[in-house]
Design a protein around this ligand. Structure first.
Ligand SMILES: [Zn+2]
Length: 163
């Protein structure tokens, strides 16, 4: 046992100089790189989960890198605290009306190229979107909206972040 304990310590010193050359020859150095490699793999996985949980906040992870709301709500159609799945397009716009209950109007400005004159024209769309109460959205806020299942005739987007 004493000889075995001494030999790896000597090999450790040699390992630093020539790491891979002596690995296949002796059994004990093989165990050392394994122990080294495991901690390397573990922190990365922990860091990834930590990032996800950090962005989660109060709500569940909706699969997108967005700040979760600090407040909670009981809205069943909230992507964070309810059961509403989100998928599809992610758009950005400005809230022009928040007077409806749990619904807002978001205006999105964009540029469209005119092929004939090779110039851009301003265009805009208005989206009637679901407004979860936990986000505290007011008129004038710039928000990120994401597509969801149709919640009503006009509503098939939901606000997921206040920017
Ligand atoms: Zn909510």
């Amino acid at each position: 046992m004493v000889d075995k304990k001494e030999t790896p310590s000597e090999k450790e010193k040699k390992m630093d100089v020539v790491p891979e050359a002596k690995l296949p020859k002796v059994d004990k150095p093989k165990a050392e790189p394994l122990t080294v490699s495991e901690p390397k793999a573990a922190p990365t996985s922990k860091a990834r989960t930590a990032k996800k949980t950090g962005k989660k906040g109060t709500g569940r992870n909706i699969g997108i890198d967005v700040k979760s709301p600090e407040e909670t709500c009981t809205d069943k159609d909230c992507p964070f605290h309810g059961t509403l799945p989100v998928r599809g397009q992610i758009l950005e716009g400005q809230v022009v009306s928040d007077k409806m209950q749990k619904t807002a109007v978001v205006k999105r400005n964009y540029m469209r190229k005119n092929q004939k004159y090779e110039r851009y024209e301003k265009r805009s769309n208005k989206y009637v979107v679901h407004n979860p109460p936990c986000l505290g959205i007011k008129a004038g806020d710039n928000v990120k909206i994401m597509e969801c299942r149709p919640l009503s005739k006009l509503v098939s987007f939901v606000i997921i972040e206040k920017m």
